[in-house]
Design a protein around this ligand. Structure first.
Ligand SMILES: Nc1nc2c(c(=O)[nH]1)N[C@H]1C(S)=C(S)[C@@H](COP(=O)(O)OP(=O)(O)OC[C@H]3O[C@@H](n4cnc5c(=O)[nH]c(N)nc54)[C@H](O)[C@@H]3O)O[C@H]1N2
Ligand SMILES: Nc1nc2c(c(=O)[nH]1)N[C@H]1C(S)=C(S)[C@@H](COP(=O)(O)OP(=O)(O)OC[C@H]3O[C@@H](n4cnc5c(=O)[nH]c(N)nc54)[C@H](O)[C@@H]3O)O[C@H]1N2
Ligand SMILES: [Mo]
Length: 759
């Protein structure tokens, strides 16, 4: 039997601390996986479900966007993928009785962990203006309420349509189509807080905002640099790829302020050797200061330029431009300034340089450690400079590898979920559907919050996610959300965004990836795109949590009919009945999807074209890849302050908290911890085990405080600290964002630590 959700709340946050671990996966991970899964799903459902994860006839794991290889294991999932599946396939239920027992004021006082543990939502729920409680509502009435509020707006641009990256290609395509037919490009998405900096930097420099490597490339590389990423927790299946690369002789450099266990040693649960000893992954660990990466890559570039024969001159001449300006900037890089920015030693950088020069095929992988800083776009452009210099793009074993987060975040963008759509995309939409899409840009996440705050946006509709908890500046965001006339969430599980609402609110419960989706008597499939541009089908196999759930495509189709009425000539009803008719339209609108339905019938799906990867064709304005020369920046931290990064524990999926442990980092039973270098802690007079308030310091002078964090002396880089998100989002100022991409700078928050009474 599956266990009951936790009864009490607020959750007792009483962290216990042990020494961090030095290896990831292995036997403990398997035991943990099965325990978590059975608690939520029971034994039979656990077996049935886990056997279908990432199989060619199964469903795509709702965890991360790491791709599957062509040869699949019987168990093609990881510990954290299994947790993601268990959260969704849980037998626990949130019914109208639950909402009758828990008024809004009660829900607003619960932790995100408690809310998530209550189970799957079973019926559409409505919170009328001034009401204390959500009440059950029919789908017809729910759509009528949304239609009424949308039609009452002064302009379509007063509505916001948010997407979180689990949404299928089919649902995403319909949502952007509906929003644009309604008349707005206000399509903020989780990408705005995630890999937007990667998209911006890559589009500017190589012409495509996506990664250029495949799994085979990783297996063939001589050198893989993993910068600002914790794959042991967030992309565990990537460790198998790194292991395989090492077996063929690759070297790995990890660049990180924290020594992450997964990068130290990997115990592959699928091989006997892996279970016993495991493989050491890191050949060199560069323990960089937060935000020092641009300076590091700039200096490496200077050193490459100074080495005879190190530059791939043919590639630079034939395929790039901007080399002279870049080279001048790189030559000006200075050892002392770099050592100060990075906190690294000269010998370490020289060792890295030798490894770079010894490698004929180099890949750089990165995630949030590079994308969530003020100078993130400039940092990633410098990574591109680094790869271009030695021709490491568009040939086997080499390239850029931004490792995406949500399982279909890359696909959602391909489908047109973007507040700044390319004119060519809108042209194609106009030609196919015969209406004139709005041409002016819409609002991203940060600008959407400002618009709500300023009363310029009035209806907020979310296709998944947990906007209120995932966004920066929690107090500002929550106050902004409360000003909305209507907030609507299409959700599988309860979260904070259902408790912090506009004047009226709706919760629309939907099918998840694991659920069987039947429309007009026929089983439907949806499709997703992984981090490496592979598109494939996903088929859920579980009986849905309740007969009242609608699929995401069905919700958008019915909403569109309710709002647009007979004036829309789009065949919304057909789309709902048969998703292959949506794919026929995608095939005509989005390049690379020709013969979409035929291509996904092939097991494993197909790979989207990528000019730089496939033929060194760079679709920039000039047809060449661009070297760039931004000034080097790094965060300047005043005396007595620390630079805080807000990151994930091993037991969470973004704002969904699976449990209160962070096994690899030695933390148990609590999340309010702040990891501080022991030398910094001593200088600041903070004993291990004492408690401190984290107080943000930002130019607006507003005090942002996160109280009661247990200080943990931890081997992070000097001057740096780390604490979990979303508890620390209260500290991230809304206007502290990356240049160009406008991504919240949630990895560089200047804080002071104030002793707080022991809690
Ligand atoms: N189990 C699980 N899987 C997930 C998620 C999850 O929450 N749980 N989330 C998904 C999503 S949406 C995403 S975007 C990804 C996130 O995947 P990650 O980016 O791995 O996630 P974070 O926990 O934010 O870790 C950031 C890493 O960057 C390092 N870092 C921080 N600042 C710097 C810096 O300035 N320089 C360098 N070089 N390193 C730095 C941190 O120490 C940490 O190792 O994972 C996806 N997969
Ligand atoms: N401080 C700080 N803030 C951050 C980050 C950080 O590192 N630090 N990371 C940022 C990043 S990288 C990201 S991607 C964002 C994440 O932001 P979001 O994507 O908005 O947040 P999630 O926590 O992933 O959303 C979880 C909710 O999605 C719903 N859900 C789950 N599955 C489905 C489904 O199949 N369909 C539907 N309709 N709903 C579903 C459930 O109701 C669940 O409660 O957070 C960002 N915020
Ligand atoms: Mo993300």
């Amino acid at each position: 039997m599956a266990s009951k959700p936790p009864a009490g709340d607020p959750v007792q946050d009483a962290p216990q601390v042990a020494a961090p671990q030095h290896a990831a996966a292995g036997l403990p991970a398997i035991g943990h996986t099965l325990r978590v899964a059975q608690q939520q799903m029971g034994v039979g459902r656990t077996a049935r479900t886990l056997m279908k994860v990432n199989q060619k006839d199964g469903f795509d794991c709702p965890g991360c966007a790491w791709p599957e290889g062509d040869k699949r294991h019987v168990a093609e999932f990881c510990e954290n993928g299994a947790k993601a599946v268990a959260e969704e396939a849980t037998l626990r239920r949130v019914t109208p009785d639950f909402f009758a027992a828990h008024p809004l004021s009660d829900l607003a006082n619960r932790s995100g962990y408690w809310l998530g543990q209550q189970g799957r939502i079973t019926q559409p729920m409505y919170l009328p203006e001034g009401a204390e409680r959500y009440e059950a509502v029919t789908w017809e009435r729910a759509f009528a309420i949304i239609a009424e509020e949308l039609r009452a707006l002064g302009s379509p641009d007063e509505a916001l349509f948010y997407t979180s990256g689990r949404t299928s290609n089919e649902a995403a395509f319909l949502l952007q189509l509906f929003a644009r037919e309604f008349g707005t490009n206000n399509l903020p998405d989780c990408s705005n807080m995630c890999h937007e900096s990667s998209g911006s930097a890559l589009t500017e420099t190589i012409g495509v905002g996506k990664g250029s490597v495949s799994l085979e490339d990783l297996h063939q590389a001589d050198l893989i640099i993993v910068a600002g990423q914790n794959p042991g927790t967030n992309h565990p299946r990537m460790l198998s790829a790194l292991e395989q690369a090492k077996a063929s002789g690759a070297k790995i450099i990890s660049v990180n302020p924290l020594p992450e266990a997964g990068l130290e040693r990997f115990k592959n649960p699928q091989t006997p050797r892996g279970m016993l000893k495991g493989t050491a992954l890191n050949d060199l660990f560069l323990q960089i200061r937060i935000g020092g990466d641009q300076a590091l890559f700039r200096l490496l570039n200077k050193l490459i330029l100074q080495t005879a024969g190190a530059v791939d001159e043919t590639f630079v001449r034939e395929h790039t431009e901007g080399f002279e300006d870049f080279a001048a900037a790189a030559r000006a890089a200075d050892w002392d300034a770099t050592l100060a920015a990075t906190g690294l030693g000269r010998e370490e950088i020289e060792q890295a340089l030798r490894m770079v020069l010894d490698s004929r095929r180099t890949i750089v992988c990165w995630a949030m450690g590079l994308t969530q800083h003020k100078h993130s776009v400039a940092t990633i452009r410098e990574v591109v400079n680094f790869l271009l210099l030695r021709g490491n793009i568009g040939r086997p074993g080499a390239g850029v590898c931004p490792v995406r987060g949500h399982s279909n975040v890359q696909g959602d963008r391909t489908m047109g979920i973007f507040e700044r759509p390319a004119p060519a995309f809108l042209d194609a939409l106009e030609k196919e559907f015969g209406f004139a899409p709005p041409r002016h840009h819409g609002l991203d996440v940060v600008r959407s919050i400002a618009a709500l705050r300023d009363g310029k946006a009035k209806v907020f509709f979310a296709m998944g996610g947990n906007f209120v908890a995932a966004s920066p500046d929690t107090e500002v965001t929550e106050a902004a959300m409360r000003r909305a006339r209507l907030t609507v969430h299409v959700s599988t599980k309860l979260n904070r965004s259902h408790a912090v609402t506009g004047r009226r609110a709706l919760i629309l419960p939907t099918l998840g990836r694991t659920d069987k989706d039947i429309q007009a008597g026929r089983r439907q499939v949806v499709t997703v795109e992984d981090s490496m541009g592979m598109v494939h089908a996903s088929r859920g196999n579980l009986t849905p949590a309740s007969p009242h759930l609608l699929s995401e495509p069905a919700i958008v189709a019915r909403l569109a009919r309710a709002v647009l009425g007979p004036s829309s000539t789009t065949p919304w009803e057909d789309f709902e009945k048969d998703y292959s008719t949506i794919r026929d339209r995608i095939a005509r609108v989005v390049p690379g999807f020709e013969d979409f339905n035929a291509k996904i019938a092939r097991p494993g799906g197909f790979t989207l074209p990528h000019g730089p990867r496939d033929e060194r064709r760079f679709p920039t304005a000039t047809g060449k890849a661009h070297f760039t020369a931004a000034p080097v920046e790094y965060p300047e931290v005043p005396e007595g302050r620390l630079l805080l990064q807000t990151l994930r524990s091993h037991d969470q999926y973004n704002t969904t908290v699976y449990g209160l442990d962070d096994r690899y980092r030695g933390i148990k039973g609590g999340r309010r911890v702040v990891l501080v270098n022991p030398d910094d802690a001593r200088e600041l007079g903070l004993a291990d085990g004492s408690y401190a308030d984290l107080v943000g310091e930002w130019k607006d002078g507003v005090e942002r405080r996160a109280p009661g964090f247990r200080v943990v002396h931890y081997p992070t880089a000097r001057g740096c600290a780390a604490a979990y998100y979303p508890e620390t989002n209260v500290l991230v100022p809304l206007d502290s964002t990356a240049d160009t991409s406008n991504t919240p700078a949630s990895k560089s928050v200047i804080v002071r630590l104030e002793q707080s009474p022991t809690v």
